[in-house]
Ligand binder design. Structure first.
Ligand SMILES: CC(C)(COP(=O)(O)OP(=O)(O)OC[C@H]1O[C@@H](n2cnc3c(N)ncnc32)[C@H](O)[C@@H]1OP(=O)(O)O)[C@@H](O)C(=O)NCCC(=O)NCCS
Length: 150
């Protein structure tokens, strides 16, 4: 998965962006969050899409999408939406009402995608993830949006 990040993100934010993305997927996600994450592979075994998510241990009504990506060759075919719907179903089956996630202000595609899925976006939050790491935060209320259910 690490090998596809720069290509799939189109080199967004250059070298700094590349480092930021790689640090988002330490091994612990593949050890402790596999039952709430999804991987889509081609017949060849190559990665086609992924969604890394978890049920918030702190907020009992909330699930969190940590990282999502779809091979650019497959964009616009509903794979991102299908992954989210699968995660929404999983979240609901564990009694979770809200889904949270974040993105970079520079990632216009991600903001358009999340808006289309019904997420509400915050204003840009300066230094959200540390100095210089601004973020937009998204929230979806699964009870308020019947279209979001699988
Ligand atoms: C964002 C991303 C996951 C979307 O995946 P996708 O499979 O292409 O999205 P879908 O085909 O399921 O699209 C779902 C809806 O979002 C809309 N959408 C998706 N990408 C969009 C874009 N770049 N601009 C505007 N709308 C977009 C689609 O038009 C669709 O709306 P519809 O109801 O009109 O059909 C994909 O573009 C991606 O992997 N981007 C690079 C990685 C990234 O930025 N990840 C998110 C931040 S961590």
């Amino acid at each position: 998965m690490l090998a596809v990040l720069d290509t799939w993100w189109g080199g967004l934010k250059g070298k700094a962006g590349s480092t930021e993305r790689a640090l988002l997927l330490p091994r612990l996600y593949f050890q402790h969050f596999t039952t709430t994450s999804f991987l889509v592979e081609r017949d060849s075994g190559e990665v086609a899409a992924f969604l890394v998510g978890f049920l918030s241990p702190t907020l009992p009504d909330t699930a969190y999408v940590h990282f999502v990506g779809v091979d650019p060759a497959l964009h616009g075919h509903g794979i991102g939406r299908t992954l989210y719907r699968a995660f929404f179903g999983l979240a609901q089956s564990h009694g979770r009402r809200y889904v949270h996630c974040i993105t970079s202000p520079e990632n216009a595609a991600s903001q358009a995608f999340h808006a289309r899925l019904g997420f509400e976006a915050s204003a840009v939050q300066p230094d959200y993830d540390g100095p210089g790491l601004d973020r937009v935060a998204f929230t979806l209320d699964l009870c308020a949006d019947p279209a979001a259910t699988p």
